[in-house]
Write a protein that binds this ligand. Sequence first.
Ligand code: ADP
Length: 191
Amino acid sequence: MRLILMGPPGAGKGTQATSVADHFGIPAISTGDIFRANVSQGTELGVEAKRFMDAGDYVPDEVTNKMVRNRIDEPDAKPGFLLDGYPRTTAQVEELDGMITFTGHKLDAAVVLTVDADELVARLLQRAQTEGRADDTEDVIRKRQDLYTEQTEPLIELYRARGILVEVDGMGTVDEVTARIFAALDIIPES
Ligand code: ADP
C-alpha cells in the first residue's frame, strides 16, 4: 500500500497519518517531522532546512526529494508507506512517480483532508499554545497557507485526473475523521 496524505496546514495530517499507517502495517513518513528532528539534532540537513521552515517557505525540492528517496529506500518501507506532507510541488510529484515506478509499484491513493478555513486557523493557534512550534506564529501560518494554495492545492486536481484522489471531510473529532479515512480506503485494492 502506497499512500499520500494531503491537506492544508492544520488539516490534521500528522494526527491521522499514524493510525492509517498502523492499520496497513506501513511506516508513516512525515517530511515535516524528519526536518524537525534534523533541526533539533543540528545535522547538516537541519541547518539547511531551518531557515526555510522558520520563514514558512518550502525547503528546496532537491533537498526534500533526496531525503524522501533515502527514507523510502529503508527496509521498513519496502511493503509500502504513507507519506505525510510530500509531495507539495509538481516537481516533487514527478520525483515520487519515478521513485515508485522504479520499484515496480504504483501509488494507490492520494487522500486529501478538507477543513474549513476558520477551523484551520483555530487549530493552528491552539497548536501554537500547546506545542510551541517555531513556525506557528500568525505571519508564518499565513505564509504557509498561501504557499499551500499556490503550490500544493493544484496537485489535488492532478491526482483527481489520475483517478486516485480520495477526498475526506476533516471536520469533527479525530476518531470520526479516522473512521472516514478507513471507510474511504477500504475500497482501494492493495497492490
Ligand atoms: P504543515 O503542514 O503544518 O505546514 P509540516 O510539519 O508538514 O507542517 O511541515 C513543516 C515545514 O517543513 C514546512 O513549512 C516546510 O518548510 C517543510 N516541509 C515539509 N514537507 C515539505 C515538502 N514536501 N517540501 C518542502 N518543504 C517541506
